[in-house]
Design a protein around this ligand. Sequence first.
Ligand code: DLL
Length: 433
Amino acid sequence: MIFNEEFETLPREALEALQLKRLKQVVSRVYHTVGFYKKSFSEAGVSPSDIKSLDDIRRLPFITKQDLRDNYPFGLFTVPMSNIVRLHASSGTTGKPTVVGYTKRDIETWAELMARSFVAAGLTRNDIIHNAYGYGLFTGGLGAHYGAEKFGASVIPISGGNTKRQIMILQDFGPTAICCTPSYALYLAETGKEMGVDMKHLRLRVGVFGAEPWSEKMRQEIEDKLGIMALDIYGLSEVMGPGVAMECADGRHGLHIFEDHFIVEIIDPKTGEVLPYGQEGELVFTTLTKEAFPLIRYRTRDISRLMVEPCKCGRTYAKMAKVSGRSDDMLIIRGVNVFPSQIESVFFGIEGLEPHYQLVVDRQGALDTLEVRIEVSEDAFSDEIRALQEMERRIAKDIKDYLGVTANVKLVEPNTLKRFEGKAQRVIDKRDI
Ligand code: DLL
């Protein structure tokens, strides 16, 4: 099903013509209203009149998270505060958050893109959506909320936390869809099980999960434990919030990027060079329709790959592969680049292991060390020590074979690692570098 047939299935040529028209408008808008852009375009020797084709976007400079920080909190807005109806901010583990603003029309655009995303997941106005993304400065809660209302579904604004109560609501209100981070979906499944609830036989049939990287194995695990179809949604506050790209229920292979509202590029994170379709690199987004806070060539740090193969669903957009990690989350262990999601995919789904883990990186002398702590199930925990040691050795060997890094694998007791209601933080880096 398609929410906005006209735009979601535009022939590529018409789509690109629309993108060019919108690109010219937004470039002119930021140049004339935001000092930062006037300066950075001038330094790059480019002005709005130089944008004659879509390829000319490459002449424009990138904007980075640091530029956003330097203009904290509202320095990059193109409209006066009286035209802003909403502010959000991205979490960020250090320092000040990144603040984003929306005009009334921006909120409408965002709701439309979230509605498109839910409809791509096969939802209709007959669905009840349990929205366990956090409400607040985080864009997940309100973003999903407005999208659900836009196409007429019933939304339960449960937000994150109070997990036992969530299980009760899941049983009593009978939602047919759920959205939250994938790690919280697993935590819900686990809590339900502990409470003796048969989570597979709730009315839930679809999950729309995002806000953090998750592997295919994690998808399987969620699908098995909750008895649902689990789909991936991508977005970031700076670019809009959730609903920048969405996997459709027909394809389940890559996320459609709503290209009538965004131009996407993949670049080599080291050189900034634009890479061809199919190659892995850093996602760069330009917003085409945002009013309050447009971004031109924003470097996301998210690593993915673009695909153009036609999809069964009929959407003509390019797709992005599941995000494999962030370039700044990438661990470099003894010179080997690894993403937490790659380590996860080695052990997820192994019988006797729970989907809760932690990676501890440290340094002994000049050498990096990686400890992988994984919880075992109650059943496996009662096994002989020898069997557990054997399992640890096997996982360490798989990590070595698959990723080329030496890991010290430690199976830990059930329920000892931290659980997350929002985005999971699984890496503890103790190296002082
Ligand atoms: O996480 C927006 C969002 C909310 C997306 C709900 C999906 C669902 P931020 O807090 O600004 O915004 O964080 C954005 O989260 O740059 C990625 O690194 C990561 N991320 C978001 N979605 C995915 C995904 C929201 N599907 C950052 N897969 C992004 C992998 C994701 N990483």
